[in-house]
Design a protein around this ligand. Structure first.
Ligand code: NAP
Ligand code: ZN
Ligand code: ZN
Length: 347
């Protein structure tokens, strides 16, 4: 066992604190990674505050991880000591079910093993990336292209893939109109990726406060959802809406913005159910869908895509002791556009 420095939530109501956690001994197919940066995803906050259900405390979260390989197990072939690598939201899956075989490990029929708060296939409870090192099966470790700046890599492993996957699946591209609801961590990546795919992008944010940034990321239009006129002006407009909002919204109002055969995909994960009146789906034969992160091969493709198109998350690097303040800023939509923890501050 390796004892490493980390930050953990002692309970749902207490601030995160510095601590140590154990990492398992390297198995033959494992990779030991020295972590450089870990992104702060809103899912980390939902999880540590118990909003999605019971979790095992104390818990170290973090599923946007970048670092370097410092040791490999005897049978590892995909990664070597010194490689720059990433880890996202999953660290294992059954590998045998139809979805795993289709490269959709995120939808593993046995349940994928989350990077934190899951029971791994060896029986241990997984602990996330707010720590100096992590041990991960080589198949769930991503190669990071050189072109992506080091401090900006981590958010691609969740915010990047979670938006890339539905944009690719629902074929955002030239001639399609895409709306992105909420411009936080996921939302700003959705804008950049959809623009790079060739779609015409509109941001739907609570206010116009971040309009200049949205246009700089390549959006053609940016409208405030606090203004009821937005919903009239944009009725029957979009082929695809990616909703990244972490709270409950009036889904029906947004469905009205879809044109014929349009789809609204929810990636935001509020704890409460989102009520949908079926009549908002009848018009224009609309669909309301969900999407969860992305498969490992798809995550690798997303990294190559971002490198090729010069896309990277906008990050604000913080020290370990600033994590609780960063959480408060995420909760008040005051994030530009992803907090990333400098893990050197934990060593
Ligand atoms: P974030 O950085 O906090 O962004 C969420 C954005 O939603 C905010 O920046 C804000 O954008 C908007 N928003 C927040 N509260 C709102 C409210 N009450 N009404 C309307 N808009 C509001 O969070 P994130 O890290 O991008 O994550 C977003 C959600 O996706 C979370 O629920 C997270 O758990 C979930 N998630 C899901 C997956 C998946 O696989 N499906 C993966 C990762 C994350 P504006 O300021 O522009 O309005
Ligand atoms: Zn996440
Ligand atoms: Zn499976």
């Amino acid at each position: 066992m390796l004892t490493v420095n980390a930050i953990a939530a002692p309970s749902a109501t207490e601030p995160l604190v510095r601590t140590t956690i154990e990492r398992r001994d390297l198995g033959p197919r494992d990779v030991l990674i020295e972590i450089s940066y870990a992104g702060i995803c809103h899912s980390d906050i939902h999880t540590v505050r118990g909003e999605w259900g019971a979790v095992p405390y104390p818990l170290t979260v973090g599923h946007e991880i970048v670092g370097h390989v410092t040791e490999v197990g005897a049978d590892v072939t995909r990664h070597a000591v010194g490689d720059r690598v990433g880890v996202g939201c999953m660290v294992n899956s059954c590998r045998e079910c139809a979805n795993c075989r289709a490269g959709q490990e995120q939808y593993c029929l046995q349940g994928n093993v989350g990077t934190y708060a899951s029971v791994d296939r060896d029986g241990t409870v997984t602990q996330g990336g707010y720590s100096t090192h992590v041990v991960v099966d080589e198949d769930f470790v991503l190669r990071v292209p050189h072109a992506i700046p080091h401090e900006a890599v981590a958010p691609l492993l969740c915010a990047g893939i979670t938006t890339y996957s539905p944009l690719a699946h629902w074929k955002a591209g030239p001639g399609t109109k895409v709306a992105v609801v909420g411009m936080g961590g996921l939302g700003h990546m959705a804008v950049k990726i959809a623009v790079a795919m060739g779609a015409e992008v509109t941001v739907l944010s609570q206010t116009l406060g971040k309009k200049d940034d949205g246009l700089r990321f390549g959006a053609e239009d940016y409208q405030a959802t606090s203004d009821p006129a937005t919903f009239e002006a944009l009725a029957n407009t979009f082929d695809l809406i990616i909703n990244t909002v972490s709270a409950s919204i009036d889904v029906g109002a947004y469905l009205g913005l879809l044109r014929l055969d349009g789809t609204m995909v929810n990636v935001g994960a509020p704890p409460e159910p989102l009520p949908v009146r079926v009549f908002s789906l009848f018009n224009n034969r609309r669909s309301f869908a969900g999407s969860s992160i992305g498969g490992i091969a798809e995550t690798q493709r997303m990294l190559e895509f971002c490198a090729e198109h010069g896309i990277a998350p906008e990050v604000e690097v913080v020290d370990a002791d600033a994590v609780n303040d960063a959480y408060e800023r995420v909760l008040s939509s005051d994030v530009r556009y992803r907090f990333v923890i400098d893990i050197d501050s934990l060593r």
